[in-house]
Ligand binder design. Sequence first.
Ligand code: GTP
Length: 903
Amino acid sequence: MARTEAVDCSTDTHPSIDEPGRLAALRQYRILDTDPEIEFDDLTRLASALCGTPIALISLLDENRYWFKSRVGLDICQVPRGGGFCIHALFSRELMVVEDAEQDPRMKTSPLVTRPPHVRFYAGAPLITSDGVPLGTLCVLDYAPRALTPEQRDGLRRLARHVMVLFELRKNNDALRQAVAERDQAEWELRQIRQNLEQRVTERSTELLEANEHLRREAAEREREKNLLDELLDSLPGAFYVFDDHGHFLRWNRHFFNVLGYSDEEMADRHPPDFFAGDKPAVAAAIAKAFMEGEAEVVAHIIKRNGESLPYLFNGHRIEIDGKTYLCGMGVDISSQKRAEQRTAEAEQRYRMVAQLSPTAIFVIRDGRCVFANQGAARLLRSGSASELVGRALLDFLHPQCRDAFPVDAVFPERDWHGSPRTETRMLALDGSELDVEVASAPLRLNDVDAHIMVAHDITDSKRHQAQLQYQAHHDALTGLPNRALLIDRLEAMLARCERHGSQAHVIFFDLDNFKLINDSLGHHVGDELLKLVGSRMQECMRREDTLARLGGDEFVVAVADKTDREIAQFLLPRMIAAIGQPYLLGDKEIHPVCSIGISSYPADGEDVTTLLKRADMAMYRAKETGRNRFQFFTEDMNRKIDERLRLQSRLQRALQRGEFIVHYQPKVDLPSGRICGAEALLRWHPLGEEAVPPSKFIGLAEETGLIVPIGDWVMRAACAQSKEWEAHGLPAISIAVNCSPRQLLDPDFIERMHALLEETDIDPGRLEIEVTEGTIMQHPEEAIAILARMKELGLKLSVDDFGTGYSSLSYLKRFPIDRLKIDQSFVRDLPDDRDDAAIVEAVASLARSLGLRVTAEGVETAAQAEFLRQHCNDEAQGYYFSKPLPAADFAALLRAGAVAMH
Ligand SMILES: Nc1nc2c(ncn2[C@@H]2O[C@H](COP(=O)(O)OP(=O)(O)OP(=O)(O)O)[C@@H](O)[C@H]2O)c(=O)[nH]1
């Protein structure tokens, strides 16, 4: 390709050309300064080839230059406007051919010609728009002069049109692209707008939703508040209302429906006075007042829907809402208050009547003076009328000794069982008599002033009674002397005093001897009289500070302080014994009582009341044991004896289990024949490893402790068993006598046990003889007779032991269901010499015969006694003369022999 430099060409225009319009048209194609495009380059090459030129160009002319859209054979892309040739072809709108440029005046000066590439040939076909506007040329150039064939010319023109078509196509494409771009832009903008719109819609929706939610919440809140207000109003304990100055209700609560029975529709149609009948004027006045003055209150009977009327307390308050005036208020049912007022009034009336009519004295005290008194008070204080007491000072009614202590301010120290403050005091009645009263009091407000109500109760009688009871609790009813309780109190006080002063005290125990005999023989009332006289005589021997008490029965105790043993023994006791022993004339009987006395001294014999009393008692028993009618000081030896007795008791308790008892049998002899006709079973005790204990030492103890019951049962059982055994061994049939003690006889189960024993041992009851002492029967004769009768029903034989010692009367003897009398050995001992005894024995034998009873003489020791008895009694006898009590085997041998030897 030929290289050339840009050539400066002179600028030309043509009158037929609207240059600015052309330039504007050119710019519309938007092709200047664009990249090469193959479609144009193909046409350029085609033109070069068609015309056979080395150079072919598509040249476009703008204000300043020729710009080549496509070029073949030339490596510059533009030349200045004044340096080119195309303008001629362009302005002529025709194909222009310059066969030799050096020859053409229009071109020969062109730098393209004058300078390299030294163009000599030029042919250019104008590029004309459909509107006829020339834009440039499709031109071919050569370095040598030449010509174009018509075909080449035509071909060049056609190619120029193709170039134009391409221009148009390109322009249209551009326009299309532009349109598409614009459409895309528009779409994009549309999308943007839509997105914006959507976003705004979303935002707006959210705002609306939020606003909506806010509104909803506000509405709900307002609804809730409204409900709350409604509930609040409905829960008010009365009829709530708001009405305007025309009486139209704006607001009311459920009370109107629930309590008064009016529906909401009825409420809307009503005016306040419509709810009232008789109270209409008062209600209207109150409403007017409330509107005028701001508030008012009225009590009126509201008429319920069902016609019932209820008392209500209404209040109204004027309120302003939005410049309008209303009355707002509430009516409260005051029926219960009215009823309560009524009840209070009635109760007050009642209490006033009760207070007036109450038998209890009631005072109302204010500032220490009586401002009210009832009939009871008038009666208590022996006043003519209650009004007489009103105005008087309370202190006037109090006993002078009680005035200082009486709490006039009603603050009492104690409380009664209702919890009310109470006190006891002494009052003075108007007639001067003194009264013990119990006073209860309570504070009271009277006409706004502190007062107190005082209830007084006359306890003079009960005080007296109480004192009496107190006295009885501490004194013996028969003699009026202190009893054991008071004695103990006094003794304790006395010992405390003696301890403080280091002095001595004595407890002296008196027990009358054989007092029971007096009771039994002369009657209980005589015994009572004697006890009273003994008491008063003893009292006379004593100082005021000493105490004489009766413990019961015939036991008296004297407590004396500050005396020595010697003073007691030499002065006090002889004086008292002498006083007691003075004869008593009771009825037609003269009695000379004697007593046994035991003394213990403080602190030598004991330092407490119980010990001293116990030891004085022990000493008294010793005095009894050693002959009675004497006194005995306590000694330690007595304690030892008591211990021995306790030891014996515990051994005795174990003896039965350890089999230490045995039974000996003493024969009873039939005096006419000398044959053994029976035996008396006698208990013997041989403690294991020790000497035998004589019955006299343990029978009494067994009786006292009650052990005699099981021991006695054992003897009965042993005797029965022995009898059966002898019978089995073919020994002669004899009866066995067994002793029965008072405890055994009176034991409630005795008969049952006897019955069981007879069944168990299968003994003939007629062979068993029960011996009961006359003394036992005479202790409780009626009871004993009944029990003996039941024993008789069992088929047992019964005999009265120790007959003659027990003072039984003949009338009783007749009633005893017995078979035999046993003459006590004290009547036998001096036979036959003692005439009295002999007479007694003969009398008893004759009495027995006349009563159909048999007789046994006890304690026969000599032949003379036996002979006397054989002559005068001629029945049965027992005693050492015939035989001592024998062990069972020895007795059996004797029985087998048939008779005892008479010495
Ligand atoms: N009259 C009368 N007798 C009473 C009263 N209280 C008890 N007795 C009787 O008094 C008696 C007292 O019994 P004891 O002291 O054992 O009998 P006792 O005959 O004095 O015998 P010893 O004291 O051993 O001499 C009993 O018979 C009681 O029934 C009473 O108030 N009045």
